[in-house]
Design a protein around this ligand. Structure first.
Ligand SMILES: [Zn+2]
Ligand SMILES: [Zn+2]
Length: 384
């Protein structure tokens, strides 16, 4: 059965937004529409349907709307696989994805952002796929800060809830309203943002443009792979915003005239929009003149390799190289072969193999040199 009214998905629309609009355009509440009319009997709204919707649901949608499977699939968050992350996990936290805090049919966390000016100017209001992403802190169209909850009652956005409970036949326009207090989210006051420099702003534009299907620009690092860029950026943001980043944050605040209101022990994705925006601007500012600014701030504040991560080997090369080369303060530990070669060189040149001579030759610290001398004497040195 083809639905009498089947609104086309809008450019960049999120699956759940379109699914709710489908029901509302046909003047049905959600349960009646999906359970009774489309005969999809499994629960829908007590899970994050935009992550990995069941194939049976996609099949039902396809059959009733004549949209291709690819078109429907591309409305889900797995659209960003290979772009922002390798694979999107089925459940649990995922990098770059705002946690929704799903509890039955409610949303305990602010996982759905919105731009009031976009909602206001839409002929038919709809929610964008990119609004679920943690780095999408400013609107691509209007350059204002995204909002994360109703400004009147501070409820998280949960537009699907208009189709539940007492309201049996909600109008499509209702998804523009706060489900809790009815406030028109399209009338919320937008906040403007300021950027540390034109390059950082440009880089953010490139990132947002890529989300809408434009080719990845490569950014200032000229990286062919957006995955490498986003992985490195996320690690950088984790370091700045993490528990070891206090001094780095203070230096960046002073340098860029920002302030951070970090929620402690929480990942980037759990921070407020303005905090995420400020973290991002510092990250993008560092990358815009890589690696000079990064080394100036991180080295200057004594941020060492060990504070960065225990898993340096999985970092993208462009970041790994700078961290390993410039932030590694561990003493150099020569290999056994290197010690033997250096000590033998001294020995055959009639120079006594001592802590000073070996340490000086190898450029190693005194305690390391002392151990090396003992090791060499035990195995190769003249019998005393
Ligand atoms: Zn907008
Ligand atoms: Zn409200």
């Amino acid at each position: 059965m083809l639905l009498p009214v089947h609104p086309q998905p809008r450019q960049g629309e999120l699956l759940s937004s379109w699914m709710v609009r489908l029901a509302f355009s046909n003047v049905f509440a959600l349960h009646t529409f999906y359970f009774s009319l489309l005969e999809y009997k499994a629960p829908i709204w007590n899970r994050d349907i935009d992550r990995h919707p069941p194939p049976a649901l996609l099949e039902v949608l396809k059959n009733h709307t004549q949209q291709s499977e690819l078109a429907i699939q591309s409305m889900t968050l797995s659209y960003y696989e290979g772009m922002l992350f390798e694979t999107l996990p089925v459940c649990g936290d995922a990098i770059w994805l705002l946690p929704a805090g799903i509890y039955h049919r409610t949303r305990r966390r602010e996982g759905m952002q919105f731009c009031p000016l976009c909602l206001q100017s839409d002929s038919e209001p709809f929610y964008r796929r990119a609004w679920r992403l943690a780095f999408c802190t400013v609107c691509r169209e209007h350059s204002c800060l995204m909002l994360q909850h109703c400004p009147y009652c501070e409820s998280p956005v949960a537009f699907h809830r208009h189709g539940m409970g007492w309201l049996k036949s909600p109008a499509p326009f209702s998804i523009r309203l706060c489900h809790h207090c009815g406030f028109d989210l399209g009338m919320a006051k937008p906040a403007q943002v300021s950027w540390p420099d034109a390059q950082s702003r440009e880089l953010m534009c490139d990132m947002l443009n890529m989300l809408e299907g434009n080719a990845w620009s490569g950014g200032p690092l000229a990286l062919c792979s957006s995955l490498s860029f986003f992985n490195g950026l996320r690690i950088l943001l984790g370091a700045i915003g993490g528990r070891n980043g206090k001094r780095v944050r203070a230096a960046l605040c002073e340098r860029l005239g920002l302030s951070f209101d970090i929620e402690p022990n929480r990942d980037f994705e759990y921070q407020s929009t303005i905090t995420r925006f400020n973290l991002l601007t510092t990250g993008l500012w560092l990358i815009s003149d890589w690696p000079s600014r990064f080394l100036e701030v991180f080295q200057g504040e004594g941020f060492t390799r060990s504070r960065f991560s225990d898993n340096l080997h999985i970092h993208p090369y462009w970041l790994q190289l700078q961290v390993a080369r410039h932030l590694d303060t561990r003493p150099y530990l020569p290999s056994y072969e290197e010690v033997v070669a250096a000590a033998n060189y001294l020995f055959v040149n009639n120079i006594a193999v001592t802590t000073d001579s070996l340490g000086g030759l190898m450029g190693i610290k005194r305690d390391v040199a002392r151990r090396a001398v003992v090791l060499w004497k035990a195995n190769y040195g003249p019998s005393l």
